[in-house]
Write a protein that binds this ligand. Sequence first.
Ligand code: PBG
Length: 326
Amino acid sequence: MFPVHRPRRLRQNPQLRDMVREHRLTRSALVQPLFVVPGRGVRREIPSLAGQYHLSVDTLVEDARAIAGAGIPAVLLFGIPEHKDEEGSGAWDAQGIVQQATRALKRALPQLQVIADLCLCEYTSHGHCGIVVRHGDSAEVDNDATLDLLARAAASQAEAGADVIAPSDMMDGRVAAIRRALDAAGYHALPILSYAAKFASAFYGPFRDAAGSAPSFGDRAGYQMDPANAREALREMELDFEEGADMLMVKPALPYLDILRAARDRFDIPLAAYQVSGEYAQLIAAARAGWLDLDRAMLETLTSIRRAGADVVITYFARPAAKLLP
Ligand code: PBG
């Protein structure tokens, strides 16, 4: 008891503080999301995501070179196709935008890990993450019909050379379907990073702007999770684990640190957390208004995500954070 115990003794100087620091963010944990678009020489800043760009395959490779050079081990690829259709066929096109980008990246930068986001919403004309079946006035996303398309898209991303497949659609049974398709095509060694606990979040707003993937009707509450549900999140993760996911993701990150911590205590496989577009945009906006110090706020949020239990942190701050980290 005081005065015997004085926690401030170990806070007296930076060296002592560094020595007793419990959690460290390192560059090796970071993943940078990238948006690839058709064309050549395209480098357009995304208005809702200052500092993030729509890149064509050639400029994407340039940026990826800088990302790899900064010590960031992986990128997460999102594609914005030329044409969208009802089924999202751009997702499994051998000449699709993500497939082209993956081939170019693996050719130019073989060490940089390419994580392919796997979903239909960027490719469907209606913006939903699966096949839409209409009954009169109502419509629903058909789970099992969607699984076949996801499996095809995964095989196509594998064929293009992706290092990790990351399904973000939230259909039931998709990890098993994708695993089966990958194994059947001979990709036994290709890992699956499952967006296992993905919540129907308002924080995806800026991304949907960037990807043009906002649903044209309804919302995603029929497949993404209710933000109020923690037990169900663990059940979702358990199912994906049993279906063969190699890594499990919680998304968004900061509003769901409790889920991340519970998952850390329960699963022994690596966990990822995705600091999503709205989490990024709110810090940028506050910093622009002069209300907080962006570098400090950025590192504080990223460190808290690690503290809660994430091994891998997917963040639009990967580049600026890497500059400040060991
Ligand atoms: C869906 C997908 C979304 C994000 C990643 N994959 C958006 C959604 O569910 O609408 C959001 C990422 C972000 O907000 O940064 N394929």
